[in-house]
Structures are given as structure tokens and as C-alpha cells.
Design a protein around this ligand. Sequence first.
Ligand SMILES: Nc1ncnc2c1ncn2[C@@H]1O[C@H](COP(=O)(O)OP(=O)(O)OP(=O)(O)O)[C@@H](O)[C@H]1O
Length: 251
Amino acid sequence: MSVLVMKNVSVTLGGTSILDDVSLHVGQGEFVSILGPSGAGKSTIFRLLTGAVEHDSGQITCNGQPLTAKQQSFAFMPQRDALMPWRRIIDNLTLGLEVQGISREEARARVTPLLADFGLEDFARHYPAQLSGGMRQRAALLRTVVQDRPVLLLDEPFGALDALTRTQMQAWFEKRWRAARWTTLLVTHDVREAVALSDRIFVLSRRPAHVLTEVQVPGPRPRLGRRITPEAHALEAQVLDILLNQTGKAL
Ligand SMILES: Nc1ncnc2c1ncn2[C@@H]1O[C@H](COP(=O)(O)OP(=O)(O)OP(=O)(O)O)[C@@H](O)[C@H]1O
């Protein structure tokens, strides 16, 4: 059964058509990515799902229920880690839960057992500026995951990292995901990342965005580094061609 369904959704902002008849779905425990050219409207989909913008037409449901502003269906991780510099890591990690009305003690009790898995057990009392970029992203991810919502929305979570750290983080996250099977929707413009991490990929056109194609990613996991299969390589090339074609049209 699909947890998240967007059906024929269109969005206009300031008189400009941004999303045009977008349909996509994410199943329970599935990892789905949205790929598209820069400015296509990928982040707009997340703004829509988090209630920051409204759709003109179409339907959005979570677990079969129409999305409402009150419903807390999604745990959202923005592009930048958005950790508060004046709060210790432990207090940043509990923030999402505290906003939900959970006491600080209860929030800490939920976060603490996860610290080791996220490589943060020795850094709970540090401030964000004392952590590396990769560690901050792991903290932001932990803060998102611990909210225990039906769907994780990840907006280019590794985009700001250097290439080596990004590869390490992708491998680390993929391993965590295989163990936890969080229902995940990832926005990225990194074709390799989408192929390495996803079960399925929706490729968007340039703005106004519509779904150009939906691809099922073949082959066993993990698909990172030297383990990349010929099928995954071929898919990368195919998806890249589709995207370059879109960018070419935009130039
Ligand atoms: N309030 C607004 N009024 C008009 N246009 C807007 C508004 N907000 C966003 N846009 C436009 O919507 C388009 C889609 O933006 P969005 O951030 O969703 O794209 P994106 O695919 O996530 O881009 P990137 O990959 O570069 O992050 C952009 O061209 C942007 O200029």
C-alpha cells in the first residue's frame, strides 16, 4: 500500500506555473527519489508536503487520508542542516520532539539510544560548530528520523558535503536505511546518488514540472562505490541523458 500519494497535482506561485499535473507515490518502507533539472520544482514538492505552499488542483494523501495542515505526516530534513548554533547537539536532537509537545526528558530518552548508531555518542554535549560537516548532517538526520513520522522527506541531504564525505555519508545512510526501512522520499539532482539509494526514481521535466518517467532501479544493494552493477551504470547513463535533454531545451 502507498503511504504517500500525489495525484495530478498542480501548483502556481506568483502567477508562474511550477508543478503541472504531477503524480507520484511512495510505498511503505520504500526509498523513492525525485530527480530533475535545477529550478524544476523539486523543493516546491516538499514545500507543498510540509504545508508551506498550497496546490491549485489534484489530491495528496498520506495513509489514505487527505493531507491537512494539522496532520504531522512528514519528518523533513532541509538542504542545510539547520542546527541551532547556540544549542548543544543533544538539545538540537530533541528539538523536533519538544516542538511536538514531548517533554525534554522523554525526548532525551528517545534520542540517547540512537547516538552511537549515528556516530555521535561522544558529541552530545558539543555545539554544532565543533562538529565536521558529515557529523552535522548525521545529527540533522537523527533529529529527523527520531520524530517517527510516516514519511522522511530529505532535500539534498548530502549536497553541501565534499565528494569524499558525501560518498561516505551515502554508504552510511544506505546501511542504516536497509536496517530501518524508513519510508523515504529524497530530492536530489545527483543521478548516481538516486540510482545508488533508491528503489524507484521519478524524473521531472524542467519547469513547469511534470513526471517525465518513473524508473525502477534494478540490482541488489548496496550499489555504491565498487559494488555498482552494470545495470545500475546503464540506468545512470539513461537517466542522465533524459536530464541533459531537458537542460538542453532550457538553454
Ligand atoms: N513564490 C514564487 N513565485 C514565483 N516563482 C517561484 C516562487 N517560489 C519558487 N518559484 C520558482 O519555482 C521554481 C522551482 O523552484 P524549486 O526550488 O522548487 O526548484 P528545485 O527543482 O528544487 O531547484 P534546485 O534544484 O535548484 O534546488 C524556480 O524556478 C523558482 O524560481
